[in-house]
Design a binder for this molecule. Structure first.
Ligand SMILES: [Zn+2]
Length: 619
């Protein structure tokens, strides 16, 4: 997933009292494990519901187990059946516990005779946290309604009753009914030539964790980008997106060279409507992506490098709990950098590494101590917040440090062997560390001590000797930011014509938090930042202009917020508005009009910003 910057600011420090194996799940895998899911779904657009039958194949681990415990959230259960080895079905009794705000409702199914399968017949809620339903008016082409899922971290349980823990892996098959003309895609091999007859079947033969269950349905066209890759999107978007991502095959081949074969068959990606709350989501065989990375010059293709990298780090070798999230995101951000370097050059890869490192340096000191650790104390952070920029950027920084100490000649084969050794397994931080000690630290003594490794993984902040890449371009921009804010260099002398997206992002990131109004006005007059179609630049521009008190940018900032539902690009602008009472009122009025178009997760973050601003009167 790519969701920066941190959601950790909103971390709910609640002690979680679920099963000890995974504090974010009620599942009891020491009693029984779900091995396969057979899903039958009907997509009901008018009622914003999935009508489902989930048949779970079970492996009873404990011979005296009396019940199957599942995770659910806001599901309406109609009935539950046990199915014996001969296929006979009989009703089972069950209890659905009251809803926990974070974890949902524990579903306990009495099954003392250990049926081979259990079938749950259910409906999802129109407000399911893992689904978004868009009316046809909320899509780009306005012909058909659209729906998509986002299961990571613990939202699969809002559309499928299951053991919703990344430690538990299952294969799945699915049959999905939808209105004629609608295309359904899932996180399994997809067929771009499938007729739009309302009748779709899927088979994911690899055992995956539940957070990689995914579905999307709507007016979706497809265009090939390579021998084993295609782009899916609304028809008006698909060609533009295919051009933006036509390096996909090059990226796959590059990663295979570094870390071994791509094991999933096809690698397709779908560009979702602008309300998709994240940059991308690495659903197997079908990455889900935000349209904000389709900018026309491939400058934001690193989101695709990131999601592709997850085919090794995350989907192949998976964090066993969300507390180990850095095993997914830190490793993936590192691999993403290596792909970017091979396909687009070292200078861009170094710029992206520096951008994230500088942002982390600025923010990490403001986080609660436990959130500053790669492997925080379990259960002390909300599952969604466990994936903060610490997991991504401190994690990848640690791997770049290992690379520097041991050299690529040793570190690249080591990482490849790590992916091989733990392929299709879910592992903890401690399993990763034991493998690191045996196969890197002890093999090449004197390069890095165990104490240093532990400081990176269990310590707060960033170790002092953490190596930073250098970028002559960024050094030049640092000098210009300094001269510009000091007033010795005027906006029109910045000579920014040749700056790429990352260089603009860096320049804006390095401005003071509340710059001078006259300087922001001059910057806009010289470089026309207001109204930019590039949302990465737009987000950074608007938050600085708003902080400087430039009310002329408000309508364009509001347009940016209304158009984009990606949490990372839209919520900082809300936060900037919320800093003054007048801005807060303006943002609230804007939100009231656009709320229905936002994903439930985006709504949650924005409403959190408003609540915080009101609790603490603005300066
Ligand atoms: Zn990711």
């Amino acid at each position: 997933m790519r969701l920066l910057p941190t959601l950790a600011a909103s971390a709910l420090l609640l002690p979680l009292a679920a099963h000890a194996a995974d504090p974010y799940s009620y599942a009891q895998p020491d009693q029984v494990k779900v091995r396969h899911l057979d899903l039958d779904l009907t997509v009901d657009f008018p009622h914003k519901q999935l009508h489902g039958r989930a048949t779970l194949s079970l492996d009873w681990v404990n011979p005296t187990a009396a019940a199957l415990v599942l995770d659910t959230r806001d599901l309406k259960i109609a009935r539950i059946e046990g199915i014996d080895a001969k296929g006979h079905a009989s009703a089972l009794t069950y209890a659905l516990a009251p809803r926990d705000k974070q974890l949902g409702s524990k579903l306990t199914i009495a099954a003392p005779t250990h049926p081979a399968k259990v079938r749950i017949i259910y409906d999802t809620s129109p407000k399911a946290s893992g689904l978004q339903w868009l009316s046809q008016a909320q899509t780009a082409d306005k012909k058909l309604p659209f729906m998509f899922s986002q299961s990571e971290s613990i939202h699969a349980r809002s559309w499928v009753p299951l053991q919703d823990s990344p430690a538990i892996r299952l294969t799945y098959t699915a049959h999905v009914s939808a209105p004629k003309g609608v295309r359904v895609v899932m996180s399994a091999p997809n067929d771009a030539k499938h007729p739009l007859n309302g009748d779709f079947s899927f088979d994911q033969p690899h055992a995956i964790p539940s957070y990689l269950l995914a579905i999307a349905a709507g007016d979706i066209a497809a265009e090939a980008t390579g021998p084993r890759s295609a782009v899916y999107a609304e028809p008006s978007m698909v060609h533009k997106a295919a051009r933006e991502f036509d390096d996909t095959e090059k990226m796959i081949a590059t990663t295979e060279q570094l870390y071994g074969p791509y094991r999933w068959g096809r690698y397709d990606l779908i560009v979702l409507p602008p309300s998709f709350p994240f940059g991308g989501m690495e659903n197997p065989n079908m990455t889900f992506a935000t349209p904000t990375i389709v900018v026309g010059d491939k400058s934001l293709a690193s989101v695709i490098s990131h999601e592709l990298a997850h085919s090794w780090s995350g989907n192949l070798v998976t964090n066993a709990t969300w507390r180990d999230g850095w095993l997914n995101e830190g490793f993936t951000t590192y691999v993403q950098g290596r792909i970017t370097e091979a396909v687009y050059g070292k200078s861009l890869a170094d710029e992206e590494a520096l951008l994230s490192a500088r942002a982390l340096e600025k923010n990490i000191g403001n986080m609660p101590a436990n959130s500053q650790k790669l492997a925080p104390v379990p259960g002390d952070v909300d599952a969604d917040d466990a994936l903060s920029d610490v997991a991504y950027d401190k994690g990848s920084w640690f791997l770049r440090t290992l690379e520097q100490r041991f050299g690529r000649a040793a570190f690249d084969p080591y990482l490849k062997s790590y992916f091989d050794h733990f392929a299709f397994q879910s592992i903890t931080t401690e399993q990763m560390l034991a493998f690191l000690k045996a196969n890197l630290l002890d093999k090449y003594p004197g390069k890095m001590s165990e104490a240093e490794v532990k400081d990176w993984v269990y310590g707060t902040g960033i170790p002092k000797d953490a190596p930073l890449p250098t970028s002559a371009r960024f050094d030049m921009i640092d000098a210009k930011v300094k001269a510009f804010t000091a007033g010795t260099l005027s906006a029109d002398q910045l000579d920014a014509k040749g700056w790429n997206t990352q260089e603009w992002m860096y320049f804006l990131d390095r401005l003071p938090d509340a710059p001078q109004l006259a300087q922001m006005k001059a910057l806009d007059a010289a470089w026309h930042l207001t109204g930019t179609p590039n949302a990465e630049i737009g987000m950074r521009w608007y938050i600085h202009a708003i902080a400087a008190g430039d009310k002329d940018v408000w309508p364009a900032a509001r347009e940016h917020m209304s158009r984009i539902g990606r949490i990372y690009l839209t919520t900082p602008v809300y936060r900037a508005f919320a800093a003054t009472p007048e801005g807060l009122a303006y943002a609230e009025a804007s939100y009231a009009k656009t709320k229905d178009g936002y994903h439930p997760l985006t709504q949650q973050v924005i409403e959190g910003i408003f609540a915080k601003a009101k609790a603490k009167p603005a300066k």
